[in-house]
Ligand binder design. Structure first.
Ligand code: G4P
Length: 528
């Protein structure tokens, strides 16, 4: 392969995630995109990864299904000469950390908002992570076939709560029972909505001049309203500018109804046009450009097979530069060892295939027998470590205790592996040496216990622990650190890298500690 061909492969890749508050329509939109890409043939092929009942059995059922078809983690397909990789994210807020990590492996995102519900709690949190990673975001406002909020009011809310400038690239004509379609501002095309049929290109009328009387014939009374709306929004919103979008300052907005496959093609056609191809990624020492010849990549996800008879794990590598080749030796920078992968896989919709090569933007799955942790970097020899895969300060804590002295090894091994997968964080109290598990959601405690017992044969129980937050502390003032450790001894713990962590009991205690020790920096994510 020539350099020119390799660069072309990079250029034609779009790797992104679809994110939303549960129920806004992420699964439905994903499915429709896959239908357009010909990656699936019928609706219903994409399984929702939503946990509806908030129970452990529900979670396990989903995990079992995914264990059988891990391919759902990454959905790749070709569309108009573009290679699209959609990275799946969990649908439950207790697994938000998994989503945050997936966002470290994408180059852009589509955020789905329910027209009736507007910006919800999870939408805000996810947007904050996008901002942290400087990921460009396209907004898709969904469910226009139902009555929802006033559109301008909704756009105001998005700007305010998500702290981003918006500019509509399509505009809805009516809503709910009077929803007539969307006018695509980006390409000046009118698409009419037929609630009983599917949107086909044939039904899309091309209107270049809004004064065209054909508009009156097609839309009756709504024609003038559309003209007025478009004149109004031109004055309110900035013109679309690809640079501001790619820098994460401006979010173009599309409207549609995913379930009716309406407005989705417009979104996809614009997406492949404006969304960035693989972008440079930061390491601790330098920025890595995707066009560099040498291969680099990092692990952003580890998927365990929860079937105890098939214990292999799959580590997902995001290729960042060069070309990944099957069978070639790659350098695992944390372990200072070389690894070869004889059967790396790629994911095309619901198929998993062994591949010979992969390019920046692609995700490669490799079998792992416990050598990988989230965030591990692979290179052709250079000692690098990619940034941007932090763990966040957990919000719920419990002591975990072994309940069978004959099986303490099983517990230790299980805990180590689950923590490598990024299921939760483990701390060890400096005060009493007890192990503390920190998570972002309550459901994870149940999952951890279930998996420790069923996959590792451990026997354990939790004990309640009332803490507010764990934060990492650093200071250039050694004396201050020493005093802090002494004064707060009961609340000090180590993380897995033996770094100092302060476990504060309440917001008040945390504020007080910050006031008392101005020389100390408190970090709320593990990357500092
Ligand atoms: P999520 O992955 O973001 O959680 O959302 P999902 O796609 O599962 O959609 C949540 C619900 O919203 C589903 O209904 C889905 O059918 C519905 N939905 C998605 N897009 C649209 C739309 O454009 N218009 C309308 N009216 N509904 C939409 P459900 O009843 O929870 O599930 P199901 O039984 O229909 O699968």
């Amino acid at each position: 392969m020539t350099d020119k061909q390799r660069l072309k492969e990079i250029e034609r890749r779009r790797t992104f995630a679809i994110i939303s508050h549960p129920d806004a329509g992420k699964t439905t939109l994903t499915e429709k995109l896959l239908l357009f890409g010909g990656a699936i043939r019928e609706a219903g092929a994409v399984k929702s990864n939503k946990i509806n009942r908030n129970t452990i059995s529900d979670f396990m059922e989903i995990e079992r299904q995914r264990g059988i078809s891990v391919a759902t983690s990454v959905m790749g397909f070709e569309y108009n000469g573009i290679k699209i990789n959609i990275l799946d994210t969990p649908g439950h807020k207790d697994f938000a950390e998994d989503t945050y990590r997936t966002l470290s492996a994408v180059d852009s995102a589509i955020i789905v908002i329910d027209v009736a519900k507007g910006v919800e709690e999870q939408t805000e949190k996810l947007m904050n992570v996008c901002r942290m990673h400087k990921i460009p975001v396209i907004t898709f406002i969904n469910k226009l076939d139902r009555m929802g909020r006033d559109v301008i009011e909704l756009l105001d809310e998005i700007e305010e709560k998500l702290d981003i400038v918006v500019t509509p690239l399509s505009w809805p004509i009516g809503m709910g029972p009077s929803f007539k379609g969307v006018y695509n501002i980006f390409v000046h095309k009118l698409a009419l909505f037929n609630p009983h049929g599917k949107q086909e290109d044939g039904k899309t009328q091309i209107i270049h001049d809004l004064a065209d009387p054909i508009l009156n014939r097609l839309l009756d009374m709504s024609a003038q309203k559309l003209r007025d709306d478009l004149a109004l929004i031109q004055g309110i919103y900035p013109a679309f500018n690809i640079q501001d979008y790619q820098e994460g300052i401006l979010s173009p907005v599309f409207f549609g109804s995913a379930i009716n496959n309406f407005g989705v093609k417009e979104l996809l056609d614009c997406f492949i046009h404006i969304a960035p191809s693989p972008i440079p990624r930061e390491t601790m020492t330098r920025s890595v450009d995707p066009k560099e010849e040498s291969f680099t990549g990092f692990i952003f996800k580890i998927h365990a097979n929860i079937d105890p008879n098939h214990r292999t794990r799959i580590a997902f590598i995001r290729v960042c530069s060069g070309k990944f080749e099957r069978g070639k030796a790659y350098y695992h920078t944390r372990l200072n060892r070389e690894f070869r992968f004889s059967g790396p896989t790629s994911f095309m919709a619901n198929r998993k295939e062994v591949i010979d090569e992969a390019f920046p933007g692609d995700v490669v799955g490799v079998n792992d027998n416990g050598n990988f942790k989230i965030g591990d970097t692979l290179t052709e020899g250079e000692s690098l470590r990619f940034k941007g895969i932090p763990t966040f300060s957990p919000e719920q804590f419990r002591y975990i205790e072994n309940t069978d002295s004959m099986r303490h090894k099983q517990l230790a091994k299980g805990l180590e592996q689950l923590m490598d997968e990024g299921v939760a964080q483990l701390f060890v109290s400096q005060h009493n040496n007890r192990r503390i598990i920190g998570t972002v959601g309550a459901l994870q405690f149940e999952v951890i216990k279930y998996r420790l017992e069923n996959e590792y044969g451990a026997s354990c129980r939790y004990e309640p622990l009332s803490l507010y937050k764990a934060c990492w502390i650093t200071s250039s003032d050694e004396k201050a650190l020493k005093t802090f450790r002494l004064r707060k001894a009961r609340f000090m713990a180590f993380d897995k890298y033996k770094r100092d962590v302060f476990m504060s009991e309440s917001p008040w205690a945390l504020n007080r500690a910050m006031e008392e020790f101005p020389e100390i920096t408190f970090h709320f994510s593990s990357e500092f």
